[in-house]
Design a binder for this molecule. Structure first.
Ligand SMILES: Nc1ncnc2c1ncn2[C@@H]1O[C@H](COP(=O)(O)OP(=O)(O)OP(=O)(O)O)[C@@H](O)[C@H]1O
Length: 460
């Protein structure tokens, strides 16, 4: 028979202790109680708990002290704090000290049950195999980042992920989700910059039929879609001010009100957010609400730009090439020594995404065996803005590569090249009666390169 899971409830009010013992007991937990900090410490020293719930104020100290004590000595025990309604500061400092979540008084039993469920799932998750190592890189900074991800995945606290474009912020958010207690729930990424301002409220919180012109039926919002899981607010700096106020309320109340609805719906969603902009600066300039910043930035996780971890470039490049080769199913072109050196020296304003783009293009252009420096078409470093190692660079990823000639009629260069390629390939295919081996030979490229191009240009 499986041993019963156990919880320690720490509160000086007898009524609350009894309520919690009853609720947790009904969920199949064995519950011990303590009325003050000293006895809580003594109980913890006696045995391992699957969960600890503590009140904020204790007769001989604070819940915060207990959280710190548990974080130091019994890091495997998730601890949550019971805070007074609306006391955001206490909740935020509990989360910062290592609490995995908080619940407000008067305790909503449905919220409490979900919290307990997450704590128990967290323990299960920990016992199972560690999550994937898709975030590649052996540099010290990446190792630290992976450790931090492991740590923050155990919490329910909002995490703000900062970093330049293309550094891997979304990947980090996914890993936090996958390694936490919500892994079984949905991961819902939202690009806040892509939703028109007037539709944003309905997109995020849903709407009732008839609440505005065009609302033909009830619609579920993204918060509801993320129920039990994680909502990733990408480009959070793009949220208009009126939405910032609404979002703050939702995070504090843990409930949403769909547009046109009378009642609030409880939501159990962990919020992760990211932007490549300097959010602290936007707060200073009055463009982002300080209270919301404070609330979403309980834990900040900075993803370093690729040029500050150059030693990771060969490893990530190899993984990308393997993936591209997998798509083509035959052989893996390798980087020449010079090409690898050129990549390692390049500042990558567009970070890993730019590396992916550069290699994808190089695979198509190379002879199929070796990728040379010329196949990389690296932009000239002196054409990049602010090349010093620590300054954010402006990505050129979407701009034409300066090493290539410009389109004659002013068309964006990648499209002009694609058009030219499409026409040339089409003519060669027709001339060779669609025999791909002959077409490739006539074009002076390998069969594999031709297959790649056909796929990429949508000509298959
Ligand atoms: N360390 C890494 N190892 C392997 N792949 C990575 C790594 N970092 C990023 N990537 C890949 O780079 C691409 C860009 O990453 P992602 O979309 O997470 O960046 P982002 O910071 O969210 O970008 P943006 O700011 O533009 O939204 C993705 O394909 C991702 O899988």
């Amino acid at each position: 028979m499986a041993t019963a899971r156990s919880a320690l409830v720490v509160d000086d009010e007898r009524d609350i202790r009894e309520l919690l013992v009853l609720t947790l007991g009904r969920m199949g937990l064995r519950v011990d109680t303590a009325a003050d900090l000293a006895s809580a410490r003594a109980q913890l020293a006696q045995g391992r708990y699957d969960l600890c719930l503590t009140d904020m104020r204790l007769p001989d100290g604070s819940g915060q002290e207990l959280i710190e004590h548990i974080a130091q000595r019994y890091a495997e025990t998730p601890v949550a704090m019971i805070t007074a309604y609306g006391n955001v500061e206490a909740a935020v400092s509990a989360l910062k000290a290592g609490a995995f979540d908080f619940v407000t008084k008067p305790v909503d039993l449905a919220v409490l049950r979900r919290l307990v469920q997450h704590a128990l799932e967290l323990n299960e998750q920990r016992k199972s195999a560690p999550a994937s190592a898709r975030l590649l890189g052996d540099s010290q900074r990446m190792q630290q980042l992976r450790q931090t991800i492991n740590r923050v995945a155990r919490s329910q606290a909002p995490v703000y992920i900062s970093g330049e474009s293309g550094v891997g912020k979304e990947l980090v958010a996914r890993l936090i989700h996958e390694q936490g207690s919500r892994a079984g729930g949905p991961f819902v990424p939202v690009n806040c910059g892509a939703i028109p301002s007037d539709l944003m409220e309905s997109e995020l919180f849903g709407h009732k039929k008839g609440s505005f012109t065009g609302a033909h039926a009830d619609k579920e919002g993204l918060f509801q879609a993320a129920q039990g899981g994680t909502l990733f607010l990408d480009e959070v700096a793009e949220l208009p001010l009126h939405m910032q106020v609404k979002l703050l309320r939702v995070i504090q109340e843990k409930s949403v009100r769909p547009v046109g609805a009378q009642a609030e719906l409880p939501v159990d969603v962990r919020i992760l957010s990211a932007t490549h902009k300097n959010l602290a600066k936007l707060v200073e300039d009055g463009k982002f609400r300080q209270d919301l910043y404070y609330r979403i930035n309980v834990i900040e996780l900075a993803v370093p730009p690729l040029r500050q971890r150059r030693e990771d470039i060969p490893l990530i490049a190899e993984a990308i090439l393997k993936r591209l080769a997998g798509e083509q199913a035959d052989g893996l072109p390798a980087l020449s020594e010079e090409a690898e050196a050129a990549l390692s020296a390049y500042p990558f304003p567009g970070n890993v995404r730019e590396l992916e783009n550069i290699l994808e293009r190089a695979v198509a252009l190379c002879d199929g065996q070796t990728i040379e420096v010329a196949d990389l078409y690296l932009p000239q470093v002196d054409q990049l803005i602010g090349q010093e190692a620590d300054m954010p660079l402006r990505p050129l990823a979407a701009a034409p590569s300066p090493a290539l000639p410009a389109g004659a009629d002013g068309t964006a260069l990648p499209e002009a090249i694609e058009q030219m390629e499409r026409e040339t390939i089409q003519k060669a295919l027709e001339a060779n009666r669609y025999n791909k081996t002959k077409t490739a030979a006539a074009l002076g490229i390998t069969f594999r390169a031709l297959r790649y191009k056909l796929k990429k240009l949508g000509m298959e």
